[in-house]
Design a protein around this ligand. Structure first.
Ligand code: NAD
Length: 313
């Protein structure tokens, strides 16, 4: 039976460290990190995410605000809101909860966030810095995954990491992170997607297999090399007749079958999700420090920051 990589407990420990750092930041510099989450419309899954992000931020000592715009909001209203938050000195981190309602352009909105406050790392400047191997921020989900691997001492250097999914928020930045030179990088990365030929054979060659496709049960036991580490990013709601809600959350991995083969695996829920939220707290603290000129985050020395700057060869 595989080791379960417990994201819930690991994230709680990380958030506690960040809470201590936030207290110290306040005591030494009078800075309270501020996070603004912009949510447009009424998507029910987004409602859960924005609530969880706000709660985790506040518990860590961040001043968090939810800016909720109606489904009918125009692109101009959204961008004016982002301009206002961008100019607000009490707000250090801004994120736009996706998906946006139809008719609103997510990319134009992301580009409206000042790069120094772009804690989701979706601004082209920040994506570019990450691609160059010298990130200012690392997108929260990839940072959470790398931090989980680090805290469980999963060997990454020289490993073959296979990532299924090439989105700008998960697959691509994770590929950049794992393949960069230096600690927690130096993996050989294969980035797979919906047009990949013989996904099963490529997946079976992975030491670290990351599933971020949004396809329930895409990863079967036959796709996992015995002993491999399997990271399940997927969050999919599937019908569950007979349960009170009539549905349940599953990942992209056939968990029960894969846990019998893998060396380690993340559960859904309780794996990557909580680590993503802790990573957002981390990025907000890093943004507050940088904007206030308060030096490098202590947490950055272990997560996403300092070790990422190690060259690009
Ligand atoms: P996306 O829809 O933008 O991208 C999905 C990717 O998977 C695409 O690159 C596509 O080519 C690939 N793909 C789809 N079907 C495939 C197949 N059959 N074989 C190979 N590749 C295939 O997705 P996203 O935004 O990256 O999210 C992916 C999943 O991760 C979703 O379930 C999402 O809810 C979840 N997610 C979870 C977290 C978290 O914190 N746990 C964060 C972000 C996304």
């Amino acid at each position: 039976m595989a080791l379960i990589l417990d994201g819930k407990t690991t994230a709680a420990a990380w958030r506690a460290e960040l809470a201590a750092e936030i207290s110290a930041l306040k005591a030494a510099h009078g800075i309270v990190p501020g996070l603004a989450v912009v949510w447009v419309g009424e998507n029910p899954a987004s409602a859960v995410y924005v609530r969880n992000k706000g709660r985790a931020a506040e518990e860590a000592g961040i001043r968090s605000s939810l800016v909720h715009l109606p489904e009918s909001a125009s692109q101009h209203e959204l961008e004016s809101t982002l301009d206002r938050l961008g100019a607000d000195p009490l707000v250090h981190g801004i994120l736009v909860q996706l998906p946006l309602p139809p008719g609103l352009a997510a990319e134009a909105a992301q580009e409206r966030i000042p790069p120094a406050k772009d804690v989701d790392c979706l601004h082209p400047v920040n994506q570019g810095l990450l691609a160059l191997g010298r990130p200012r921020f690392v997108s929260a989900t990839p940072l959470g995954i790398v931090e989980l691997l680090r805290r469980y001492a999963v060997p990454v250097s020289g490993a073959h990491a296979v990532i299924i999914g090439r989105s700008a928020i998960v697959g691509r930045p994770l590929a950049a992170l794992l393949s960069r030179r230096g600690p927690l990088g130096d993996a050989t990365v294969t980035l797979c997607h919906s047009r990949t030929r013989d996904l099963a054979a490529i997946a079976r060659s992975a030491d670290i297999l990351v599933a971020a496709s949004g396809q329930p049960d895409l990863v079967t036991a036959a796709m996992v090399r015995p002993g491999a580490t399997v990271i399940d990013v997927g969050i999919n709601r599937v019908p569950a007749p007979g349960t009170p809600s009539g549905s349940r959350l599953v990942g992209d991995v056939d968990f029960a079958a894969v846990a019998a083969v893998a060396g380690a695996v993340t559960p859904v829920p309780g794996g990557v999700g909580p680590m993503t939220i802790a990573a957002l707290v981390h990025n907000t603290v890093a943004a507050a420090r940088a904007l206030a000129g308060a030096g490098t985050s202590r947490a950055a020395a272990t997560a996403g920051g300092a070790h990422v700057s190690a060259g690009g060869r």
